[in-house]
Ligand binder design. Structure first.
Ligand code: GLU
Length: 468
């Protein structure tokens, strides 16, 4: 059997981390088994769906690198097919028209609640209506007896008695199909073999299985993945910080770090923390996903991101850093190669936002000196130190780290100062603040022209302060 999985988001907002994790699991399962991964947009709720959300979902999938083999398929393009299936179910006696009014159903509900019964449709129209009048919906004739058995890959065996399920509406009074019907038709037509989705859908599964059986379809295997919780134990939501996948991009995360984080959330392989995509595909097993919900831990994600920044190919990190530089209005062509900046900064920066912010000075003149750093390192007389360095750097042949390092060492010796008294003013002069990579690496990246100009600017600044 060739494996076919799908990710079926409703486009009612951005792609959030919970959805991304379900998509990842479906993608991994298909990749692991040489199968196909399908993207289906469940946009039948016209009021809540939007093109903007569709675009946000597609953008999220692309950024994460979860490429799909088929789709995106849109449910709104398939209404004729759903109508056909509804007619088929009516014709074969597995569905019926129900004329019960809203008011009638509401009274029924209240009575059942008052009697402490589970509110459910009482099957009034199931065996035909004598004098049909008014609006009608279509209900599925759920089997009255027996059990539905789900051998869930994550949750294990789930048994639901049919008498617990009522006859659900599959077409509304305006003829439009409901969620459970469209999912069933699509899973059947698209030949889905494994339905991997959030466990908020587990109650729908027995109903969907009964409709699939009525249609004579091959049943897929189900895997219901537990929810993600915030640190306070409540279901992860906006108030826990970023939950949109693209917000993580904006906040300076690498997609691989987020994927690695999501795959590890509720799943483990020994005590291994870092997984390349190839390893995820090879090692991930749905059967080993925790049954209970997992808690999102931003600190852990940040740690992973730093690992990826430090250990990935600098050229790869640089491609993502370029986006952040662009966001800051910086053209990377105006300074050192970004991959070299990555190498110099990667130990210090846990996110690409930090790295971009702390690398601006390689590309762009900074406005002023950080107050505290200037106060500490630009004391009277420091202009002479910088003057000395300026002369030495002007005379240097090859502008590379080891020669630059030597100049700083020699200058400290010649001026009889300890190294910090030379290197720190120099750092503030060229970066505007007291933090940067090693001073020789900083100068090498900055280049001769910018370095000399900035030392001159600092000398002038100190003189102006002295004379004011
Ligand atoms: N469209 C549903 C959702 O976004 C998912 C349906 C499914 O996976 O079966 O929650």
């Amino acid at each position: 059997m060739s494996i076919r999985t799908r990710f079926a988001p409703s486009p009612t907002g951005y792609l959030h981390v919970g959805g991304a994790r379900t998509a990842l699991f479906s993608w991994l399962y298909a990749r692991k088994h040489g199968g196909r991964f399908i993207l289906r947009i469940e946009d039948t709720d016209l009021e809540r769906s939007s093109q903007e959300s569709v675009n946000a979902i597609l953008e999220g999938m692309t950024w994460l690198g979860l490429e799909y083999d088929e789709g995106p398929f849109y449910q709104t393009h398939r209404f004729d097919r759903y109508k056909e299936v509804i007619q088929q179910l009516l014709a074969q006696g597995d569905a019926y028209y129900c004329y019960c009014s809203r008011e009638e159903l509401e009274i029924l509900r209240e009575q059942q609640m008052a009697n402490k019964e589970k509110p459910r449709y009482n099957g009034k129209c199931r065996h035909g209506v004598d004098n049909p009048q008014g609006e009608r919906v279509v209900r599925f004739k759920n089997p009255g007896q027996g059990d539905v058995i789900i051998d869930d890959l994550v949750k294990g065996r789930i048994v639901v008695a049919n008498k617990e399920l009522d006859d659900l509406i599959i077409a509304r009074s305006d003829g439009t199909p409901t969620y459970n019907l469209t999912v069933v038709v699509d899973d059947m037509d698209m030949g889905i073999t494994h339905v991997i989705r959030g466990d908020d859908h587990v109650n729908n599964t027995p109903r969907q299985i009964n409709i699939l059986k009525a249609l004579g379809a091959q049943l897929p295997v189900y895997a219901h993945v537990p929810m993600i919780l915030g640190s306070d134990g409540a279901r992860l939501s906006k108030r826990h910080g970023a939950v949109s996948v693209m917000q993580y991009r904006n906040d300076g995360y690498l997609p691989e770090a987020l994927l690695n984080y999501l795959v590890r959330l509720g799943w483990s392989h020994g005590d291994q923390e870092l997984f390349s995509l190839e390893e995820m595909v090879a090692l991930f097993e749905l059967e080993k996903v925790n049954v209970s919900a997992s808690t999102f831990n931003t600190e852990k994600l940040l740690w992973l991101n730093h690992q990826y920044i430090m250990n990935s190919d600098p050229a790869h990190v640089a491609r993502h850093l370029a986006w952040h530089m662009g966001e800051r209005g910086i053209d990377p062509a105006t300074g050192p190669a970004l991959a070299d900046v990555v190498k110099a900064q990667r130990e210090r920066c846990k996110t690409l936002v930090d790295m971009a912010a702390e690398s601006e000075y390689f590309y762009k003149e900074f406005d002023g000196y950080e107050e505290k750093a200037a106060k500490k390192h630009f004391k009277a007389g420091v202009d002479d130190v910088l003057q000395h360095l300026l002369a030495q750097f002007s005379a240097i042949g090859d502008w590379e780290a080891s020669g630059l390092h030597q100049v700083v060492l020699d200058s400290a010796e010649q001026l009889q100062l300890n190294l910090g008294k030379v290197a720190q003013p120099l750092r503030v002069a060229v970066c505007g603040s007291g933090v940067s990579p090693a001073i020789d690496a900083t100068l090498a990246l900055l280049g001769r022209e910018k370095t000399l100009k900035r030392i001159e600017r600092a000398i002038q600044h100190i003189k102006n302060v002295e004379n004011s």
